[in-house]
Design a protein around this ligand. Structure first.
Ligand code: KIV
Ligand code: NA
Length: 278
């Protein structure tokens, strides 16, 4: 399997075929996602929330994203991998932003980067795309600005917000972005943005009209405590409960001396022990 290319991605929109994107942060999850034929893996800075235990994405560093991208790329060598540029690593002017994006590509092994913002970062997006870096935009609710926005609120609720989102989407397309994530945008406005641009939109909490969808790995699997049930998430498995029950059984087995059993050990006279010692 070969990673998706940008021309093939654009063709999916033209043909009306939906794009399935999922986040991943490590080797085993990336491997499983590739086996399940996910189109694009996003090493999201949601890493901060679901893997590192921060309240927001603001504390996530470039080094964190590089480290986790490397693991994802090792797990999914045949899948397109896009990495979030974390808070504070862009909006620094085109040259500094380019240097940071290059690190994600060269040290992380990513196939592209994602930045939150629209017309206000068009010059930086243009610098990246003109250097050959595939860029995915991100509009609507932009979690890196949550401290300014004052919470995780739905965007695109009136005509003015709709017009601004469409203008931002066109600015990103003009700057060479290959797609745009639309997060927590009303269904009608997300559909209007999708019609307004030739590049694919990938929605999360943005209704049925987008060209693709993205969700967070830990959310669809209920993997990890503290993840609130969100209306825009569909839960496909309760892996958290499976893991908790399994660990609890292991702890009980150790305390009750039911594990290890004779077969889990090595007797002096058996062949396995000899091989192990040799
Ligand atoms: O960080 C992330 O997981 C994201 C997606 C939710 C789009 O940006
Ligand atoms: Na993100």
């Amino acid at each position: 399997r070969q990673p998706l290319t940008l021309p093939r991605l654009k063709a999916l929109k033209a043909k009306g075929e939906k794009i399935a994107m999922l986040t991943a942060y490590d080797y085993p999850s990336a491997r499983l996602a590739e086996e399940a034929e996910v189109d694009i893996l996003l090493v999201g800075d949601s890493l901060g929330n679901v893997v590192l235990g921060y309240d927001t994405t603001v504390p996530v560093k470039l080094e964190d994203m590089i480290y986790h991208t490397r693991a994802v790329v090792r797990g999914a060598p045949g899948t397109m991998v896009v990495t979030d540029m974390p808070f504070g690593t862009y909006r620094l002017g085109p040259e500094a932003t380019l240097r940071n994006a290059v690190r994600l590509m060269q040290e992380g092994g990513s196939h592209g980067v994602k930045l939150e913002g629209g017309a206000d970062i068009a010059d930086e997006v243009k610098r990246l795309t003109s250097a050959g870096i595939p860029v995915l935009g991100h509009l609507g609710l932009t979690p890196q600005s949550v401290l300014q926005i004052g919470g995780y609120k739905v965007q695109g609720k009136d005509r003015a917000e709709a017009d601004r989102l469409i203008a931002d989407a066109r600015a990103l397309e003009e700057a060479g972005a290959f797609g745009i994530v639309l997060e927590l945008v009303t269904e009608q406005v997300a559909a209007a943005v999708t019609r307004a641009v030739g590049i694919p939109t990938i929605g999360i909490g943005a209704g049925r009209g987008c060209d693709g969808q993205v969700l967070v790995f830990h959310d669809i699997l209920r993997y990890g405590s503290g993840i609130r049930d969100k209306r825009f998430v569909k839960t496909y498995a309760d892996v958290g409960e499976t893991i908790r029950a399994a660990i609890s059984e292991y702890v009980g087995d150790v305390r009750g001396a039911r594990f290890p059993e004779e077969k889990n050990g090595f007797a002096l006279d058996d062949q396995a022990a000899k091989e192990f010692i040799d």
